[in-house]
Design a protein around this ligand. Structure first.
Ligand code: NG6
Ligand code: CA
Length: 508
């Protein structure tokens, strides 16, 4: 076509024709409480996750992909800031109506990408707090929030769905709120006759097992009390559909700009209440039915990319925010129906744990035509997306920001010989003094109080007595069954010291 143009015109057009190729779009799909063994390309046998498996087959599947904490808020904090959550107070699991944890002006992944010309959105679960020091006023403009820390658009469940309220935050407002019926969130039961999971237990469509016995919405009792906002409330069953619909519409609206979408699924977090069409599809109850729902979401987003011709210009990262748990507070049968399913795969521990199962989770990168399909044993972590995506997009990392994020871009893209992280620290919810420290094939496990939670995923959540330090060879013993501390005393001292150093550095 260019050859046909008169020479002069061709010269005038040249800069356009030779313009930089469009930067790749970025989609991070983060599952919630999904374990290493919960997908059928990593061991699940009793049900299938074909769409996640397809991502893996077309991309790179990491056998040492990590999130940095075994609960939600600290992993998400680190994903967005590139800083280990244990450095910052107040980054543990956020309660209902918690104030914004990341403050305006902070260096964040979306702000960094925006500076590189990206349109940015987060759709799904937030759980990083909203509003000023007193938390959000649900009936007014909600700020600070995602739009104040780098996102152009958000469509969110404010906390987790076991915490009140069950409404969508769209940009800075609760969607569909009737001003005549304001939402009120309370610290205590708002009135004597306010129905709760305790007083109206027989009316619940899913019973609770621990906690989760306060205000009832949609037949499920929650953490926290609230009234009002009836028209704005959603049904648990519809979350996944709504987020997929909104995500695809947003992707479609980004014709002229490279985009970054953080799709933060709530599956398979409690309360597990997948859409009716997914209920009963798997042998292990609503927990794995919710995983099939998550897989459907991945399929819909992938299909949209194919349909829009974007698959070859989009890097998709699939990951989880922490490992698995069976009974996390509701009687959904996950524990009773677990059978031979091993949600953490070959690993010990799950959610709340610093054993491998707590943070070594599904991790897949796919960029058709750029990433050669395969499996990688390199160590990569969700916290590294900050530095790695900066490198990919040419964005500048602000001075002093994202100090714990390592540029592992080449490993994420499967470049020949590229190495992942040499060392990685993982934590639980924080404050407990529990850490996992991986250095090459070695793993130092530290439990300052000698207590660990959810060590055996297929059992009731419990505290177990454990040694204060343990040393494992993850190559020979990925299940962390043999403590080598006494066999390798010098190595143990070295690793303890190094972990101390990393934890002490940059503490606020
Ligand atoms: C715990 C909740 C649990 C879950 C978790 C946060 C109780 C008894 N347990 O406190 O159900 O909500 O917090 O999970 O309330 S996370 O994946 O968002 O970190
Ligand atoms: Ca989680």
């Amino acid at each position: 076509m260019r050859r046909l143009l008169p020479a002069l015109l061709a010269v005038a057009i040249l800069p356009l024709v030779h313009a930089e190729p469009r930067k790749p779009n970025l989609i991070v799909i983060m599952a919630d409480d999904l374990g290493y063994g919960d997908i059928s390309c990593q061991g699940a046998k009793t049900y299938q996750t074909p769409h996640i498996d397809r991502l893996a087959a077309e991309g790179l599947r990491f056998t040492s992909g990590y999130c940095t904490a075994s609960t939600c808020t600290p992993t998400r904090y680190s994903l967005l800031t590139g800083v280990y959550a244990f450095r910052t107070k107040g980054t543990g699991i956020a309660p209902p109506s918690a104030p914004a944890i990341i403050q305006p002006g902070a260096a964040t992944l979306p702000a960094m990408l925006r500076s590189a010309g990206y349109a940015t959105a987060v759709i799904g679960k937030w759980h990083l707090g909203l509003g000023g020091p007193d938390g959000p006023d649900w009936n007014a403009e909600i700020t600070p929030g995602p739009l104040d820390i780098g996102f152009d658009h958000c469509f969110l469940l404010p906390t987790t769905n076991d915490r009140v309220p069950q409404v969508y935050l769209q940009d800075r407002h609760v969607l569909g709120l009737d001003p005549a019926d304001p939402i009120r969130v309370y610290q205590k039961k708002p009135s004597e006759d306010h129905p709760t999971g305790i007083t109206h237990r027989d009316t619940l469509k899913m019973d609770w097992t621990h906690g989760h016995n306060q205000t009832i919405h949609n037949g499920i009792s929650r953490i926290g009390f609230y009234t009002g906002g009836e028209k704005a409330r959603f049904r648990d069953e519809d979350l996944a559909d709504e987020w997929v619909k909104r995500s695809i519409a947003w992707i479609e609206s980004q014709k002229d700009t490279p985009f970054f979408l953080f799709f933060a699924s709530h599956d398979p977090h409690v309360p597990r209440m997948p859409h009716e069409r997914f209920q009963g599809l798997t042998p292990h109850g609503f927990r794995t039915d919710s995983i099939v729902q998550l897989d459907w979401c991945v399929g819909e987003i992938s299909a949209a990319l194919d349909r829009l011709g974007l698959a070859e210009n989009t890097l998709v990262v699939f990951c989880s925010d922490n490992g698995p748990v069976m009974d996390d507070g509701y009687a959904d049968g996950a524990l009773e129906k677990v059978g031979d399913h091993r949600a953490a795969g070959p690993f010990k521990g799950g959610k709340y744990s610093v054993y491998e199962g707590g943070t070594r989770t599904p991790f897949i990168t796919r960029w058709k035509g750029t990433i050669a399909p395969g499996v990688s044993d390199e160590v990569v972590a969700t916290i590294d997306l900050f530095a790695s995506l900066a490198a990919l997009t040419g964005a500048a990392v602000p001075e002093g920001a994202a100090t714990d994020s390592v540029n592992v871009l080449d490993a994420l893209l499967g470049v020949d010989g590229a190495e992942g992280r040499g060392e990685l620290v993982v934590q639980d919810n924080g404050a407990s003094g529990n850490f996992g420290f991986r250095s090459g094939k070695w793993k130092l496990v530290r439990h300052d109080k000698g207590k660990a939670r959810n060590v055996v995923v297929e059992s009731l959540l419990a505290n177990t007595d454990v040694p204060k330090f343990q040393l494992h060879d993850l190559e020979a013993d990925p299940g962390e069954t043999r403590d080598l501390l006494e066999h390798q005393p010098e190595l143990a001292v070295k690793l303890k010291k190094r972990l101390e150093e990393i934890v002490a550095a940059g503490k606020d």
